[in-house]
Design a protein around this ligand. Structure first.
Ligand code: KIV
Length: 286
């Protein structure tokens, strides 16, 4: 299969094919995601919580996002890769927004960048797309502004809030985004956004009426323990498996069952005798 580009994602929408999108932050996980045939990988700033143990995405830096994007790109050269703009990498000024977006493309060979916000980021979206880059929007629950939203809460649950999301979506499409992620809103609101826009609309916790689904890889695998949003479905229990493996290893080491000769290197034939003779001579000479 040739690698997907943004045109391919738009074609999938036209053909009614649902895109599968997952976050990954490191080389081994991204290798598994590509081997599994996902359509897209997001190196989300959720790495702050899933990998570094921060309480929110606010502390995440450009350098952290870029390093993880580079690792994921090496592991998944044939998958559409989206880099996530961390807090304050695009809010402060338009030149910052363009330069920081460009760093993702130059150093990590991403296919697109994603930034959070509706009408208030329209000037940034215009400038980044004018510079030739592919931009994904992200509305609904936007974790970087979760303080203003009153926490990690569902959005668009009243008529006014739902209508504001439609206005945000339209403004972002007019500004040049080429795909939109909608997070934690009721399915009927996501469906209305989808039928209003002509670009692909992807859902994370916004129901099935979307052109694709995003899930946090750590949630799919069962490695993120801090909390579980309502929209998460775990497909594995990697934490349980990993804890069990560390326990079993510890028990074998403590009981002297591991390592055995099977896990050891051998000396070159005849060398052990020479080595012991050498040691004996040295010790007798002392
Ligand atoms: O950082 C991320 O993984 C995200 C998702 C929560 C949508 O932006």
């Amino acid at each position: 299969m040739p690698k997907l580009n943004i045109q391919g994602l738009h074609d999938m929408k036209l053909k009614g094919e649902t895109a599968v999108w997952v976050t990954a932050y490191d080389y081994p996980t991204a290798q598994c995601a590509e081997a599994a045939g996902v359509d897209m990988i997001l190196v989300g700033d959720s790495l702050g919580m899933c990998v570094y143990g921060y309480e929110s995405t606010i502390p995440v830096s450009m350098e952290q996002c870029l390093m993880h994007c580079e690792a994921v790109r090496r592991a998944a050269p044939n998958t559409f890769l989206v880099g996530d703009m961390p807090f304050l990498s695009y809010q402060v000024s338009i030149p910052d927004a363009v330069l920081n977006s460009g760093r993702f493309f130059k150093t990590a060979a991403v296919d697109a960048i994603k930034l959070e916000g509706g009408r208030r980021v329209v000037p940034q979206v215009r400038a980044i797309t004018d510079a030739g880059m592919v931009v994904f929007g992200h509305i609904g629950l936007t974790p970087q502004s979760s303080g203003q939203l009153g926490g990690f809460k569902a959005q668009g649950r009243t008529a006014g809030a739902a209508y504001a999301l439609i206005e945000d979506a339209v403004a972002l499409e007019e500004a040049g985004i080429l795909a939109l992620l909608v997070e934690a809103v009721p399915p009927e609101v996501c469906g209305q956004i989808r039928s209003t826009l002509s670009i692909p609309v992807y859902s994370i916790g916004a129901g099935a009426d979307a052109d694709g689904q995003l899930m946090i890889g750590s949630d799919v695998l069962g490695v993120f323990q801090a909390f579980t949003p309502k929209f998460v479905k775990r497909f594995a229990d990697i934490s349980g498996t990993a804890t069990g493996a560390f326990k079993a290893y510890g028990e074998e080491v403590r009981r002297g069952v591991f390592p055995t000769a099977d896990h050891a290197y051998t000396m070159v034939a005849g060398e052990e005798e020479k080595f012991l003779a050498l040691l004996k001579r040295e010790r007798e000479g002392r």
